[in-house]
Every structure is written in structure tokens, then in C-alpha cells.
Design a protein. Structure first.
Length: 676
């Protein structure tokens, strides 16, 4: 048994297996995964269980770390949205430049004051704690659900500061170990040189991979994920071969290029990379934690605690407030940024590299090197436990958590859905759109919507779109089956939001009764030709008109039935309050309805509405692709003829008798699926 464990391959395999088990236990216990991973590493390491022996890997440990870091940071870059980063560019840029310098200086000072180390060792330690860690911060933010601007800043800082911090740390190590401790100029040149090489190699590798993934059938089906894996590792190693530690920057840049380029496999690629990242993080933390001796951790516990408090309550706030000076962030948002700065896998990996290098280089004792590594792991463990465990409480106390029951989630980015979302926004509501069609996503983003591009039936996409915290989730694709499945998926996995399903009159799969029995609402009150309406908005043949209901009816009016394909009731306003139209909606005197009207048949629609007791208030000027220029309510009302009494209703639920169905719309060509 002992002979079997004294094998590097066995150590790596056991770290993988126990690491994934630790991740599963952490999720069941609802605690940060790193806490359980570090605990497993210690318990299974040489000092306790002696099951996992990282020293058996020898020099192969650094290769394993390099491979894993390449994938982890490539995945981090893959999920960075450049358009979102632009809005928070100033604080992000400062945090990874000015903030890095302040953190390094504060970390060095804390090591000098509390540990009594020499300046060289203290400075090295200061550079090690520059990094925060996206592998820790991102899962925490998903649980805490803070304001979007804070989330963007923390995630971007975690990814970029890993590259900048690791580069500064490695170059500082080279300067410290160089004969005569060469000048600060060499440090600056070394950092800039690595950033330049890493950026250039990352751009080249990212562009090549993006081009290969851009067109269908260029890469055979089933090879996209492994191709991205190969390119991520190759890009990292190529940059690292040209300039030591430039690979971290190259991996991030390559991921950003691919993640911000159109590709039909991007969603699948992100899922694959995310799964792979979970495995590699689990493996690395168990291996590296097992490599830390208990005696070294014990030696730094009290001084290390004082140093940690100094980092948390002095250095981090100084870094944040200096980096966010004269930005639009509020004080309470800055305070939360000051609180959340846990360290992650890159800090652990670089600390292990430092310990090995310092012990072999001379000039530093092996005890000093091991204590520095142990202190870094202590920082990782305590920041994750303390800041991660209290993050939601601090966010609530500072009132920076996103409100529950806020905003609407739309499945569908077609022209009809975008125009419907525009009405919701005009009422002061926030709107997020989910769509798997990249053209729809681009158009929705251009219109100013928050967009999640992906499959709306995928649990990860729903979590990313924050379905659980919405006022309502609305299925508004031309496929009623998809809309119904969307509502059912949210009903099964997310609590809170009202669910609305748009039904297509030309399909027979989902009925009003099925929707109601499931506890959902029928959007717009009944079935409509959704594909045709999406087509009208796509090609500019639909405008939205605002009409007031001016006739008091003795019978409750619950369903609108306009002439076929001519008018569609989108939303209602009652005393200024937005109401969604569904199967139980009842008209009241004075209600204002936003109608979509086909402009080529506007006369027919106006005749029907005016004859039914409606008064036209204002309309959109017709523009193409569902991007209307609204004639605002401050404009004088458009004159209309005095309303005439409505013709007799055909049943107790109909406002006016339906106009005869004609074949006028039969000539409308069926819309292209890619457009709708």
C-alpha cells in the first residue's frame, strides 16, 4: 500500500478524486468550496493521513500547476464581457495598477511589522498577496447577488489582478535573487515585457481559435471543446516559453478574444471549460494544501493573524478607496469592495513556486521559504472563510444586494420581444433578454438591454440571468412549446416570479387550459400569430399606439379580439401602473393599452378601435427592426373621430364583435427563423 502511494501519478489521481468529492460536500453544506478543499488537502497530506504525497510528483508538480492555471484563467477570460467592462473601466484599471502597488507595499509592511522578516522576504510576500482570485470571488458573488456594477468590478479585478500580480511577483523574485539586487528599472521593464509578450501571444492564439470556431463545419462536430483546450494550453506554454510567467496573461487574453467573438459553439465551450475548471481547481487546492507542513502553519498563526487583520482592515480599504476616487461608486459600494478581497488559486500556485525557488537559490533559509508559503495559505483560508462567510451579511447591511422581485426576464430577442421589452422599460422596469440567436443578442444589446446569450432552458443560463429574483419571466419566442417549457423550468427550479407564456395561434401543441392548469398566465390574453408579428416588427411594418378605453361596459371585458393579424394588445396602464395582459385581465374605464398595429392595415385597426370606444392618444413613428422613435405623451393628442357605440358583443367576454377573417395576410411571407 505504501509503495502504491509513493507514486506521483497516484497522488495526482487521488487529488482529483478527493477534490471533486470536496466540491460536492461544499455545495451540499453551502460553504465556499476552497474551505473544504484546503481541509481535505491538510487531512490527506503527509502530516495527517499521508495519503496524498505531492513531493512524489517532483518537478512535475510545476507542470501540473501550469497546465491547470492555463485552463482556469482561459475560462476566466472567456466569461469577461468587454462591453460591460467598458462601463467600469476606470475603477478596474486603477485596481490592477495603483491598487496592485498599494497592496504590495501594504503586504510587505505587514510582514515586516508582524513577522519580523527582512525587507527582501517581506517584499516578496507583499507581491504574493496582490492577487485576489476569480475562482473564489465568482461563486461568492453568485450567492450574494450584489449590484451589477460591483459584480463586474470584482470579477474583472480578480481575473486581471491574477495576471498582473503573478507577473510582478515573479519579476520581483528574479530581481531579489539577482546578483547585487538589480534596480527598480529592471523590475518595471520585466513586468512590461511580460505583459507585452503575453498580450501579443494571447491575441494571436485567441484570434486563430476564434476564426476556427467562427464558421460551421470548419471544425468537425465534437472537436470544438478539445480544440479550445489544446489552444489554451498551447498559448499559455508558448508565451511562457518566450518569457517566463507571460503565459498567465496570454491565457486570459486568448479567452477574452474567443469569448467576445461570435460562435455557434460558444455556449457549449463555456460549459465545457467551466466543468474542466471545477476539476482543476479541486485538484490544485488539494495538492498544494497537502504540500504545506503543519509545523510551518503553526509557527505563523499569531503573527499571521495580526498581519491578516492589517491586510483586511487597512490595506484593502486603502487600495479600494484610492482606486475608486472620483468615480461614480457610492461610499457603501466602496465599503463592500473593501471587504471582499479573498485570495485564490494563483496566489497558492505562485507561493509554492516561490518556496521551491527560494529554498534552492540560497540566501534564504528553507524555514523562511516554507513559512512564507504557509502564511499565504493561511491568508487564503481565512479570507475565504471570514469574507466569504460574512459577505451576504455585509452586503445586506450596506444595502448593495440586488432587490428581489425586480425587473423582467424575457425569453426571446426577436423584434416583437424587443418592442415589448421597450414598453416595460418605459414604465421604469429593468429588462433582461435571453436568446440563443447571436443576431438577436447583438440587436438587443444595441438597444440597451441586458442580454444573456444562450439556451433559456439551460439551468446555468437561467442562473446567470437571475430568473429567481424577477417580478415575472415571460416566454415570447415564436415557439409556444419553448415558451411553455421555459415557464415550467423556472417553476421547477426558481421561486418567486410570475410566469407568462405567449401562445401561437397556428400551433396546436400548447393550449390555454394547459398554461392555466400549470399555474402560469397566457400572455396577451389569448393566442396570436407570434411569428407573423415578429416578422412585422423585423421589417418595420408594425408600430405601437397608445389608446384609452373610454366606454363603460356592463359586462366585464376579459379578452381582446382584434381583426385577424391587425392589432395586438401588448400591455396596459391603469392609473399610471403597468399591468401585463393575461387571460383574466378585465378592462376598466380609463385604462390605457399599448397596441401593436400593422401599419399597412392601420385604417382597419383604427376603425375597429374607434368603433369600440377607444381614443387614440399617440403612436410611434414607424421604424425598421422594432426600434421606434416614440412620440411622447407631451405631444398633443392625435385627433380622432368621436367614438361610436360598440356593436353588440357576440359573447360575454368579447369587447366588440370580431371582424371577419380575411386572407389579406396570407400573402405575408413566413419569416425566416434566423430573423424571428
Amino acid at each position: 500500500m505504501d509503495a502504491a502511494l509513493n507514486n506521483g501519478s497516484v497522488a495526482l489521481a487521488l487529488a482529483m478524486a478527493f477534490g471533486v468529492v470536496a466540491q460536492g460536500l461544499a455545495r451540499h453544506a453551502n460553504v465556499p468550496g476552497i474551505v473544504v478543499l484546503l481541509l481535505f488537502g491538510v487531512l490527506l497530506g503527509p502530516d495527517v493521513g499521508n495519503v496524498i504525497r505531492p513531493d512524489t510528483l517532483g518537478s512535475g508538480l510545476s507542470s501540473v500547476v501550469g497546465f491547470a492555471v492555463a485552463i482556469i484563467l482561459f475560462e476566466g477570460g472567456l466569461n469577461l464581457n468587454i462591453k460591460q467592462l467598458v462601463h467600469q473601466a476606470k475603477p478596474i484599471r486603477r485596481l490592477v495598477t495603483v491598487g496592485a502597488v498599494i497592496t504590495a507595499a501594504g503586504g510587505a509592511l505587514s510582514a515586516r511589522l508582524f513577522m519580523g522578516w527582512g525587507w527582501n522576504l517581506s517584499i516578496l510576500f507583499g507581491t504574493l498577496v496582490i492577487v485576489t482570485g476569480p475562482t473564489v470571488i465568482t461563486p461568492l458573488l453568485r450567492r450574494i447577488k450584489v449590484h451589477h456594477n460591483i459584480e463586474i468590478i470584482l470579477e474583472a479585478e480578480g481575473i486581471f489582478i491574477d495576471a498582473v500580480g503573478a507577473t510582478i511577483a515573479v519579476v520581483t523574485l528574479e530581481v531579489v535573487l539577482a546578483p547585487g539586487n538589480e534596480t527598480l528599472g529592471k523590475l518595471i521593464v520585466g513586468v512590461l515585457g511580460r505583459i507585452g509578450v503575453g498580450t501579443a501571444v494571447g491575441l494571436i492564439g485567441g484570434v486563430i481559435l476564434a476564426v476556427l470556431l467562427r464558421w460551421r463545419n470548419l471544425v468537425p462536430e465534437g472537436l470544438h471543446n478539445v480544440l479550445s483546450l489544446a489552444f489554451a494550453v498551447a498559448t499559455y506554454q508558448m508565451a511562457d516559453g518566450l518569457q517566463h510567467e507571460a503565459g498567465i496573461i496570454a491565457a486570459i487574453v486568448a479567452g477574452m478574444v474567443v469569448g467576445n467573438t461570435r460562435s455557434h459553439v460558444l455556449k457549449e465551450l463555456k460549459v465545457f471549460q467551466d466543468q474542466l475548471t471545477i476539476l482543476l481547481i479541486a485538484t490544485l487546492f488539494v495538492l498544494l494544501a497537502a504540500d504545506v507542513r503543519m509545523s510551518d502553519a503553526h509557527a505563523v498563526r499569531l503573527p499571521g493573524l495580526g498581519r491578516l487583520l492589517f491586510l483586511m482592515f487597512v490595506v484593502r480599504p486603502a487600495t479600494v478607496f484610492a482606486s475608486t476616487w472620483r468615480t461614480q461608486l457610492e461610499v457603501r459600494e466602496k465599503l463592500f469592495l473593501s471587504w471582499l478581497g479573498p485570495r485564490g488559486i494563483v496566489a497558492a500556485a505562485v507561493a509554492s513556486l516561490f518556496a521551491t525557488t527560494l529554498a534552492a537559490a540560497g540566501g534564504f533559509s528553507a524555514a523562511d521559504a516554507d513559512q512564507m508559503r504557509a502564511l499565504v495559505f493561511l491568508v487564503i483560508a481565512l479570507t475565504v472563510v471570514v469574507q466569504g462567510g460574512t459577505g451576504h451579511l455585509v452586503a445586506s447591511a450596506l444595502n448593495v444586494r440586488r432587490k428581489q422581485n425586480e425587473g423582467y426576464l424575457l425569453l426571446g430577442g426577436n423584434g416583437l420581444a424587443r418592442r415589448f421589452g421597450d414598453i416595460l422599460r418605459s414604465a421604469g422596469e429593468s429588462v433582461t433578454i435571453i436568446d440563443a440567436n447571436e443576431r438577436h443578442c447583438d440587436k438587443a444589446e444595441s438597444a440597451g438591454f441586458d442580454v444573456v446569450c444562450g439556451n433559456g432552458l439551460d439551468e446555468e443560463i437561467l442562473a446567470q440571468a437571475e430568473a429567481e429574483g424577477r417580478i415575472a419571466c415571460i416566454g415570447l419566442t415564436p415557439s409556444e412549446d419553448t415558451n411553455f417549457l421555459f415557464a415550467r423550468r423556472i417553476h421547477e427550479g426558481h421561486r418567486g416570479p410570475e410566469l407568462y407564456v405567449a401562445l401561437e395561434s397556428e400551433e396546436e401543441g400548447v393550449t390555454d387550459e394547459m398554461v392555466v392548469q400549470a399555474g402560469h398566465h397566457v400572455l396577451f390574453g389569448t393566442e396570436f400569430d407570434l411569428r407573423i408579428w415578429a416578422h412585422h416588427f423585423q421589417w418595420g411594418d408594425a408600430a405601437v399606439e397608445r389608446w384609452r378605453y373610454t366606454t363603460q361596459s356592463e359586462t366585464p371585458i376579459t379578452i381582446f379580439r382584434a381583426p385577424t393579424g391587425v392589432a395586438l394588445p401588448l400591455a396596459a396602464f391603469r392609473k399610471g401602473r403597468l399591468l401585463l395582459i393575461e387571460q383574466t385581465f378585465t378592462l376598466q374605464l380609463g385604462d390605457v393599452i399599448e397596441f401593436a398595429v400593422v401599419q399597412s392595415h392601420a385604417e382597419q385597426a383604427h376603425e375597429w378601435l374607434s368603433g369600440g370606444g377607444w381614443q387614440l392618444l399617440h403612436r410611434d413613428r414607424r421604424t425598421r427592426d422594432g426600434a421606434p422613435a416614440r412620440i411622447t405623451g407631451s405631444q398633443p393628442a392625435i385627433p380622432v373621430p368621436a367614438p361610436t357605440p360598440p356593436p353588440p358583443a357576440t359573447d360575454e367576454h368579447t369587447a366588440v364583435a370580431p371582424a371577419p377573417t380575411t386572407d389579406e395576410h396570407a400573402a405575408v411571407p413566413p419569416p425566416n427563423d434566423d430573423e424571428v
